[in-house]
Design a protein around this ligand. Structure first.
Ligand SMILES: Nc1ncnc2c1ncn2[C@@H]1O[C@H](COP(=O)(O)OP(=O)(O)OP(=O)(O)O)[C@@H](O)[C@H]1O
Length: 271
């Protein structure tokens, strides 16, 4: 068995003349947390979208679980192979309850078809009972069993983010991709989310790839951190190694420098 749950080689994605992801080589070891960072527009989400089949990489190879090539494979098939994700902007089924949202995730593991659903066949009833039980277990796991019957949009923000994770878990992934899981959270919610992500890896044995702008979070929980800048992988290593890497410091200082220059120009105009 390959040591890697995911191996990407030479992955390139272009939008017209813009090379959003440029010949990226990237691996994730099984049962580890990999952090992906980089300034705004570095290509992180585009790379995620190539892994989950939302975009087809123009070049390169992506191998999942040591044996499946993912290039050109549609998103639902990739989910069935064992990759699940959450989004930068929460994408729940707003009018459905928390429980129903998670049950949707379980359906990629059930066999009932539309006819079964219309006629409520024994298979459909059996699978629905299983899906409900599994969804409740997952809600409990992410610490929100008490909110099972609440409508998704009425839930506090931190709950909505955890609900997304429960729904992703319902597809029974081996690899979970989290796009800014702590974005917009207060310190308490951030800590709870960080604990949950660590448990997913340590207790459930999942491999995790997360994009995260909060450096304390990403440096605190990642086994390995990779840095994208202008679509290229500029550094990779332990959190300590990456934080000391001059290329990384330059990439981030470059951003800060630009923001400071813009602020100075603004102030100049205001004076
Ligand atoms: N669908 C698209 N069509 C055209 N250009 C795109 C598309 N998606 C992303 N881009 C461009 O590709 C580059 C990389 O964007 P991407 O969203 O992947 O960066 P990111 O690192 O995720 O940024 P952020 O941290 O701000 O979310 C940017 O220049 C962006 O404008």
């Amino acid at each position: 068995m390959s040591d890697y749950i995911l191996e990407a080689r030479g992955v390139t994605k272009r939008f017209g003349g813009l090379v959003a992801v440029n010949r990226v080589n990237f691996t994730i070891e099984r049962r580890t947390i990999a952090g992906l960072i980089g300034p705004n527009g570095a290509g992180k989400t585009t790379f995620f979208n190539c892994l989950t089949g939302l975009y087809k990489a123009d070049e390169g190879e992506i191998i999942f679980d040591g044996k499946y090539s993912l290039i050109g494979v549609p998103p639902d098939r990739i989910t069935a192979l064992g990759i699940s994700r959450t989004f930068q902007n929460i994408r729940l089924f707003g009018s459905m309850t928390a429980l129903e949202n998670v049950m949707v995730g379980t359906h990629c593991r059930t066999k009932s078809n539309m006819i079964d659903a219309i006629f409520h066949t024994p298979r459909y009833r059996r699978e629905e009972a299983w899906a409900r039980k599994r969804a409740l277990e997952l809600l409990e796991y992410v610490g929100m069993a008490d909110a099972a019957d609440e409508v998704a949009t009425s839930l506090p923000y931190g709950y909505q983010r955890r609900l997304e994770i429960a729904r992703a878990l319902a597809t029974e992934p081996k690899l979970l991709l989290l796009d800014e899981p702590t974005a917009g959270m207060n310190p308490n919610e951030t800590e709870e989310m960080t604990d949950l992500i660590r448990r997913l890896c340590d207790d459930l044995g999942l491999s995790i790839l997360l994009i995260e702008h909060d450096m304390r979070v990403v440096m605190g929980i990642s086994d390995k951190v990779s840095v994208l800048d202008h679509g290229e992988l500029i550094a990779e290593g332990t959190p300590e190694e990456v934080q000391k890497n001059p290329k990384v410091i330059e990439a981030y200082l470059g951003t800060v420098g630009t923001e400071q220059a813009a602020e100075a120009r603004r102030r100049g105009r205001d004076d």
